[in-house]
Every structure is written in C-alpha cells, then in structure tokens.
Design a protein around this ligand. Sequence first.
Ligand code: DQA
Length: 147
Amino acid sequence: MKIMVLNGPNLNMTGIREVGVYGSETYEQLKGYIEDQAARREIQVKVLQSNHEGQLIDWIHEAYFEGYDGLIINPGALTHYSYALHDAIKAALLPAVEVHLSNIHAREEFRRRSVTAAACLGQISGLGKQGYALAMDALAARDGGRA
Ligand code: DQA
C-alpha cells in the first residue's frame, strides 16, 4: 500500500511556532515519526510539505497519476478556506484523511470550519502526531480501495 502524506503551510515551523499548541518536536522529527509508523505497517509513504497551495494541488494530482492508494493531509490554515484544495482531493478519487495536530474545534472560531474535510473520509484532530498513525490505520482498514 502506497500513501502520500501532505503537510501544508507553516507545518515546517513545527517545534518553533506556538510550541504550547503544536509541541516542541521539529518538523523533521514529525516526518521521521510518520515514516517510522508507515514502515511498521509495511506501508510505503511519501511525506511532503509545502507552503504553497498550488504545489499541494499538484502533488494531490500526482498521487492519482502515480497510483497512490490513499492520502493523508494536514492542510494547515488552508483547511479553513481552500475550495481549490477541496476540489483537488475530490478530483484525485483517493480515500483521504484530514489530520490536525491541534484540536481545531477547541481554538479560535475561524478554525472550527474545515472546507477540506468534506472531501475526505474523515478528520482526526487534536491527537498530535498520533493522528497520522491513526489515519494510516483507517486507510489500511479500507484496504486502499478507491474513493
Ligand atoms: C493545524 C491547524 C490549523 O488551524 C493551523 O492553521 C495549522 C495547523 C494543525 O495541525 O493543528 O497550521 O492544521
């Protein structure tokens, strides 16, 4: 099984930005955790991060054309307003799980709304890095079937 993991704007600043909210582990450590969790499950994983909406959209399309079985996405703040990302997830016809390190429902009002989650199977929010591992389990349980 082959899964693409995408992290959006500012996730590269994890460990530096708002450590009270996102923790003190660096982005590299987070990436290492995701890769390790995938290896334990014998899942092939590609973990990518971009601060640019268009790049994330290009990668989502690539996931389709390169025959990925699923997508895990933390769209960062794009979660709250990117209809283009929503459409890209739908267009890729891949089962997708949205992940947030923090509990977006327990923070500012503007974070409570996700426009991307509706294009996904579901959303995992507030469980820190473990959310990515749980998302892998959810995708593996579906056996990688197309959305
Ligand atoms: C986030 C939550 C978003 O609201 C925020 O803009 C982020 C990170 C999270 O992982 O908790 O950049 O997606």
